[in-house]
Design a protein around this ligand. Structure first.
Ligand code: B1M
Length: 210
């Protein structure tokens, strides 16, 4: 097994110590830094996403894998020329106004980030203007909204309306998710996409912006 395959497996197993050790070793052996990321750290997380989606892995294991992967990423980041991990795009994510649930949203954000996107997590209970300000500041390709309550899912519609009023709607793809949300609801409020879980959300982002 190559050292990068070993690194992938350590991510899948959520073994942070092994990830740190193997990443350090790869750096010392002068393995190409982008390969450490794209052939070691990220593929491990892709497998985790797939297993989670299929019900073969559970939330605590996913969180451990994401933490392990991030520990490796932190070692590589400062060594890249501009200190930045190459990103495929920017995603702004948050839980809508009136809603304090963030476990699923965090998982979605982590999974998207693990797949090579920059994720700006705005937090919870976000009034529409917070999304507007973030679109202006970070110029993301995607805005992701999460809601866990049947009452707060209506704030998604409101946020899309405000993005329209502010002339920003056409500059971003809007995706939505959370337990009470459905594809039908997403269509109804004019979102660009819906995902039922973190792995599907990552696939959706990939489909929307590559
Ligand atoms: Co609340 N809560 N809660 N709660 N809570 C639910 C959602 C509820 C279904 C429980 C129930 O009654 N059976 C119910 C909602 C009923 C409804 O509206 N139909 C409910 C209620 C009523 C409430 C309060 C009103 C209770 C009260 O105070 N009377 C209150 C509201 C507070 C508020 O938000 N204003 C409240 C409070 C809380 C806690 C603070 C105690 C806590 C939240 C802690 C936290 O998040 N930091 C909490 C919790 C934990 C839950 C349950 C038990 C679990 C939610 C969770 O984290 N699931 C929940 C019952 C349930 O869902 N079984 C419940 C695990 C998580 C990984 O899944 O969030 O679904 P989930 O995320 C998934 C997908 O939905 C999807 O991917 C994620 C990963 O696979 N997804 C996205 C999520 N966001 C996405 C975004 C995307 C794409 C996919 O794109 C952007």
């Amino acid at each position: 097994m190559s050292s990068l395959e070993e690194l992938s497996n350590a991510v899948i197993g959520g073994d942070q110590d092994a990830v740190v050790e193997l990443t350090r070793q790869a750096i010392v052996e002068k393995v190409d830094l982008n390969s450490i990321i794209s052939r070691g750290l990220l593929p491990g997380m892709t497998v985790v996403g797939r297993r989670f989606k299929n019900g073969d892995m559970f939330i605590p294991e996913v969180l451990m894998a994401a933490r392990a992967m991030n520990a490796g990423l932190e070692l590589v980041k400062p060594l890249l020329v501009d200190g930045e991990v190459p990103v495929k795009g920017t995603v702004v994510i948050g839980t809508v106004e009136g809603d304090l649930h963030d476990i699923g949203k965090n998982l979605v954000g982590m999974m998207i980030e693990s797949n090579g996107y920059r994720v700006i997590d705005l937090g919870i209970d976000l009034e529409p203007q917070r999304f507007v300000a973030a679109v202006r500041e970070y110029k993301p390709q995607v805005v992701g909204m999460s809601a866990l309550l049947t009452t707060t899912m209506l704030a998604m519609k409101e946020t899309i309306e405000v993005l329209k009023e502010e002339g920003l709607r056409d500059s971003v793809k809007v995706i939505v998710g959370g337990a009470p949300v459905s594809q039908e609801f997403a269509d109804e409020i004019g979102a660009d996409g819906y995902a039922p879980d973190a792995a599907s959300a990552t696939e959706l982002v990939r489909r929307l912006i590559g």
